[in-house]
Design a protein around this ligand. Structure first.
Ligand code: NCC
Length: 276
């Protein structure tokens, strides 16, 4: 199969992936009594366009990076799941514009989704590993975790905070792009939050800097910068096709290789900034 160049990959991603979120008028959600809790508008029409954006992976290699100031200098900063800033400002910054969370974080007791202040700043965006090519009704009745029950509870507690749910079509469109550009078959599990968030930001921002998704010289088996837990699978992937996602990001990077080594920094253009 033909191996696409970086610019070709970027154009393909732009052409074939659309960031879609659930809206209150979308069938079958529109039939449900809690439909009015869903946003009336698409995430992309509410949040963009933005100039410079930072995507902060949760990797252990952010420790001792000193990247906090650089990360905060962006117009918008995206973080993931239960990743905190408090106590780690020097390395990861303190600004949180968007937080992308998986449905496990919303549903498992240990993450205190309904009670922790961690989730209450910025815009929340949630996703659930929906079955491949299932329709929305099937998904609604059989989500991986109880994302919708938790969504309703959270919305009642924080009615003013913007909170979007990604359409499963988006996650599988991204997966398809990873698969189409790899020589081998990849596991049929959705991409990691990190890669979904990167593509999401590429559709909102003029330029996206992704931190420690491609590991720097600080590469470590420490899973997260905020926990004392060691597992190389966090960086290389097990459930998610993480290694393949990273391969794709490496090929699309427009920054210098040196920036990856020193800062764990990748530079990607926003979809509106490329001419295809
Ligand atoms: O670990 P997680 O992701 O929250 O990390 C966010 C994103 O950062 C990138 N990452 C993280 C660690 C690391 N060493 N290298 C990295 O590149 C990845 O892109 C990752 O997506 C997820 O994708 O949602 C994930 O969530 C966790 C977990 O559910 C949450 O952290 C809540 O604790 C998953 N872990 C487990 O299910 C045990 C993880 O597989 C993926």
């Amino acid at each position: 199969r033909l191996k696409l160049s970086g610019p070709e990959l970027l154009c393909q991603l732009k052409r074939k992936v659309e960031v879609l979120s659930l809206t209150s008028d979308l069938h079958p959600f529109s039939m449900l009594p809690w439909a009015p809790q869903l946003p009336a508008q698409q995430l992309t029409s509410e949040l963009g366009p933005l100039k410079s954006c930072a995507v902060v992976s949760s990797a252990g290699s952010l420790r001792h990076s000193g990247l906090g100031k650089e990360i905060d200098s962006h117009d918008a900063v995206m973080r993931f799941n239960a990743a905190p800033t408090s106590g780690f400002e020097k390395d990861v910054g303190s600004k949180t514009t968007m937080r992308l969370i998986n449905s496990q974080v919303m549903a498992s007791e240990e993450y205190r989704f309904l009670s922790s202040s961690l989730y209450s700043s910025g815009v929340l965006v949630a996703w659930d590993p929906a079955p491949f090519s299932s329709d929305l009704t099937q998904w609604l009745n059989r989500t991986d975790y109880p994302i919708f029950a938790q969504y309703q509870r959270y919305r009642r507690l924080h009615p003013q905070q913007p909170f979007f749910i990604l359409h499963p079509r988006f996650e599988w469109q991204v997966w398809q792009q990873v698969q189409e550009n790899m020589a081998e078959s990849i596991q049929k599990n959705p991409p990691s939050s990190g890669f979904l968030g990167t593509v999401l930001m590429m559709s909102l921002c003029e330029v996206v800097h992704v931190y420690e998704f491609l590991p720097s010289k600080r590469k470590t088996e420490l899973c997260h910068y905020y926990q004392h837990f060691y597992d190389a699978a966090c960086t290389l992937g097990a459930y998610h096709p993480l290694l393949y996602e990273k391969n794709l990001v490496k090929r699309m990077n427009q920054g210098a290789d040196r920036d990856i080594y020193t800062h764990g920094r990748v530079t990607l253009p926003g979809f509106n900034a490329i001419n295809c």
